[in-house]
Design a protein around this ligand. Structure first.
Ligand code: COI
Length: 337
């Protein structure tokens, strides 16, 4: 095993030794196998390479203080992957097969799960049309792969927070497009806007709705939240927003454990400037405070420009549940055995 500096983990690829691969041929998935991590062979005419018929998921393997291995709500990812498969005309996976495959691979790659407190083992399931096609049609063969990489915070500095830019000139996804699934093309489309805002020294884009450019949709790689006067709001899922597992978990925890009023609603972009606290959520981003937001060249701090108190409490609660350190009232902690 290659030596990893656990104190310097960012969100970079450091592949764990083993990956899992399964193929769908003649109408069924094979049982799959664990193999050494490495290259795969695909035809140039594979549908994923030509027409983007591909999906991914993002999950994590956690090491608890007492050295157990855990996942967080893995069946939610299985369900979301299957919804995406339907939308992209790909064959879905049996949910138990999906979770059991990850379970086995996590055990095999357990040395790559960072020591407690140093990071997590990021799990990347991908499923794509590997069959050949020239016309725009679904593939006749599919490949499902799991690979893993130890990671630290998605955004440099982690909980210290990020600064974002609202853009009216780039959209992430239209209402009846593929914004609500993890289609690979959604993320290809976000590369250029991200490059633009990085050039302005911001960490990510706050995307607005494609129809009116007025309401907040997402932060490219994470869901958006704001807190004001005891109400926690996040953009409602209207077909273009990713239904994040962390998003859903925070809505539940905020209400049931902190007595906040959860609202999934339309949020005008200018509401962000008078919010008490703003943050974004995702498997990779966990819960990252948003410290300032810029629009049309004008940058404004959120609150006092520091990570918010409630944001920290929600973060601690989420991490506590993921690591088996806080009561698991909703049955979300999934121990790998
Ligand atoms: C995740 O949070 O795991 C995601 O899939 C987002 C990704 C763009 C890093």
């Amino acid at each position: 095993m290659k030596k990893i500096d656990w104190d310097k983990l960012g969100f970079d690829i450091n592949p764990a030794d083993y990956m899992f691969i399964s193929h769908h041929r003649d109408g069924k998935w094979d049982e799959g196998k664990i193999v050494d991590y490495g290259t795969i062979r695909v035809y140039p005419s594979a549908v994923v390479l030509n027409y983007g018929q591909g999906l991914f998921e993002g999950m994590k393997g956690y090491r608890t203080k007492d050295d157990r291995i855990a996942m967080f709500r893995p069946y939610e990812n299985a369900k979301r992957l299957n919804k995406g498969c339907e939308r992209l005309c790909m064959p879905g996976l049996d949910e138990d097969f999906f979770v059991n495959s990850i379970n086995s691979l996590l055990k095999k790659n357990r040395n790559f799960i960072p020591p407690y407190g140093k990071g997590d083992l990021y799990i990347r399931p991908i499923l794509f049309g590997s069959g050949q096609m020239l016309g725009v049609n679904p593939a006749d063969e599919y490949t499902f792969i799991l690979f893993m990489s130890p990671v630290g915070p998605y955004f440099k500095g982690g909980f210290s927070g990020i600064n974002l830019e609202i853009r009216h000139d780039y959209h992430r996804a239209p209402q009846f497009g593929t914004g609500s699934i993890k289609a690979v093309g959604n993320y290809a489309a976000s590369l250029y806007p991200k490059r633009v805002v990085k050039g302005n020294s911001y960490d990510e884009v706050i995307y607005l709705d494609a129809k009116t450019s007025t309401y907040i949709e997402e932060v490219g790689s994470a869901n958006f939240f704001m807190l004001k006067n005891g109400v926690i709001s996040t953009p409602r899922l209207g077909g273009s927003i990713l239904p994040g597992v962390t998003r859903n978990s925070i809505l539940i925890v905020a209400e049931k454990k902190f007595g906040l009023i959860p609202m999934e609603r339309d949020i005008r972009y200018d509401e962000v400037f008078s919010a008490d606290e703003v943050f974004c959520t995702g498997t990779a981003a966990v819960l990252t405070p948003i410290l300032s937001v810029c629009r049309n060249g004008e940058e404004r701090k959120i609150g006092d420009g520091k990570p918010g108190k409630k944001t920290k409490e929600l973060y601690d609660e989420l991490k506590g549940i993921q690591l088996g350190e806080r009561p698991d009232d909703f049955n979300w902690f999934f121990e790998v055995k």
